[in-house]
Structures are given as structure tokens and as C-alpha cells.
Design a protein. Structure first.
Length: 202
């Protein structure tokens, strides 16, 4: 069973080491481009957003790091220990975050190595689309729209409303970010999972 808790100071350091070990070549290039030392990055890591420890049956399985940025939930990092990879834990966490922040924020975003085609395919299956290329960092930014706040509020309160209106309101509540006809202002957003215009990585 999965559970999560805010990381302790010691776990912050463990997560930081896992990030370095997971992609030392990438980090060396990234820090060079950003003209930043690893120590300076570590300071940002300790002061921005929140880090959570991931437990599988009370055993530490990994960590994830998130930050709320105005209308966006940014996933800085998600790393699992070797023995816990390939078990669907990452998918579960991404789904949990999307559900938790639907109705609170407009979208969730993350970065992925351009060479990591397996991760890109997984994210696309979960409704993420490539929105930006950072070629100097060898990175893609991918985003997934979340349910707008008004829809989430109606979904939460529909059971309290007159039964005469429930069929219509349930239909409205089921309309997700791609339903521009029912949710004004969303026409310019790609529907979740529609990445037909973002195939540059293939």
C-alpha cells in the first residue's frame, strides 16, 4: 500500500543524491548552461516547493517534489528506488496529483529528457502534451490540463441539488478540460491526450 509524508531533512539530502546519481551527465550540462553550481541548486531545492517521501508498505520507495506556480502545479522531480520501478507507482502518483489539484489549479506540468522516449509515451497516455522544447537543456516541458474549478465545485455539490437538475449537472461535471462547448475559454487548449501537434520527439 502506498503512502506519502513530508520529507525529513535527512530525506531531502537522500533525494538530492538520488537525483545526481540518476542523471549526472544531464546535471553537469544543465548546471553549465544555467551557470550554476550544484551547491547553488541544492539551496534552491531546499527552499522551493515541497518534497514528499513515498512509502510502499512502510518501506521508503522514493520521493516526489512539487511546487504551486500561480495556476500550475509543477512537478520538479519524481524518483523511485530501483526495486520499486516498473510497478506503476509513478503512474499512481501522477494520477493522485492530478485528482488532488483538479479544481484548484489549471494544469500540471513536468520536464522530461528528450531522449527518454519511454517516459514521454507514458506521459502522453496519461494526457500530457509537449508544450515547450528546451534544446540547450535537452528537455521537453509537458503539461496536462486539469478540471476547471467551477466544474469541480459542481461535481462536489451535485448530490445536494434538486433531483430535477442532476442529469444536466452530472453531464456538465463530467466535461473535462477539452470540452470547450460547456466550459467557456477552453477552446484554445488541446484536449487531454491529444498530442497530434507535438510529435517532434519521435
Amino acid at each position: 500500500m502506498l503512502s506519502f509524508s513530508p520529507a525529513t531533512p535527512g530525506q531531502y539530502d537522500e533525494f538530492l543524491k538520488m537525483m545526481w546519481d540518476d542523471g549526472q551527465d544531464y546535471w553537469e550540462n544543465t548546471l553549465r548552461v544555467m551557470q550554476m553550481t550544484w551547491e547553488e541548486y541544492a539551496q534552491i531545492f531546499h527552499t522551493r516547493g515541497e518534497v514528499f517521501a513515498i512509502f510502499q508498505d512502510d518501506a521508503l520507495a522514493g520521493f516526489y517534489w512539487i511546487e504551486e506556480r500561480v495556476d500550475t502545479l509543477h512537478l520538479h522531480g519524481l524518483i523511485l528506488k530501483t526495486g520499486y520501478q516498473g510497478q506503476g507507482i509513478g503512474t499512481t502518483i501522477l494520477t493522485m496529483l492530478a485528482n488532488r489539484y483538479s479544481g484548484k489549479l489549471d494544469k500540471i506540468e513536468l520536464g522530461v529528457y528528450q531522449a527518454n522516449s519511454g517516459a514521454i509515451r507514458l506521459y502522453e497516455k496519461l494526457g500530457y502534451c509537449i508544450t515547450k522544447r528546451l534544446d540547450d537543456l535537452q528537455f521537453f516541458i509537458m503539461q496536462k490540463p486539469l478540471a476547471p474549478q467551477i466544474v469541480s465545485q459542481i461535481n462536489n455539490n451535485v448530490g445536494q441539488l434538486d433531483r430535477r437538475y442532476q442529469p444536466f449537472l452530472q453531464q456538465l461535471a463530467s466535461a473535462r478540460a477539452g470540452s470547450a462547448e460547456l466550459v467557456p475559454g477552453l477552446a484554445s487548449r488541446r484536449a487531454a491526450g491529444d498530442c497530434s501537434t507535438s510529435q517532434s520527439h519521435r
